[in-house]
Design a protein around this ligand. Structure first.
Ligand SMILES: [Zn+2]
Length: 114
């Protein structure tokens, strides 16, 4: 049987985020997410795209440019793309962190909706 695409929510966790991103980006991404700086454009189980950032304030407060960011699954693996990254150097940046946190919230338990 061919392998199905994995859902992103199943590949993501707080541990995975911390492994992929630099500690500073985890902090900045958290700030962006906390301040509501993630606007989902489209969401499928295996691909989520959003506008991330564009908030005022310092970088530490989550401020900065707004970027189109995408997290998707490629087979069994997590993949991502941020318009703010150089073409051949896709780091898991603060935008990716913020979007990943948003996905975790959505994909997690159906508790409260924000
Ligand atoms: Zn970015």
């Amino acid at each position: 049987m061919p392998k199905r695409k994995k859902s992103i929510a199943g590949l993501l966790s707080l541990e995975v985020i911390k492994e992929l991103a630099r500690p500073s980006d985890v902090r900045y991404g958290r700030a962006i997410h906390r301040r509501g700086g993630v606007e989902i454009i489209s969401a499928e189980p295996s691909k989520v795209e959003a506008w991330v950032g564009g908030l005022k304030g310092s970088v530490a407060e989550g401020g900065g440019q707004r970027r189109r960011t995408r997290i998707f699954s490629r087979g069994e693996r997590l993949a991502w793309h941020c318009a703010g990254n150089p073409k051949n150097h896709q780091v898991f940046c603060k935008h990716c962190v913020a979007l990943a946190l948003k996905i975790l919230r959505r994909g997690g338990k159906r508790s409260k909706r924000s």
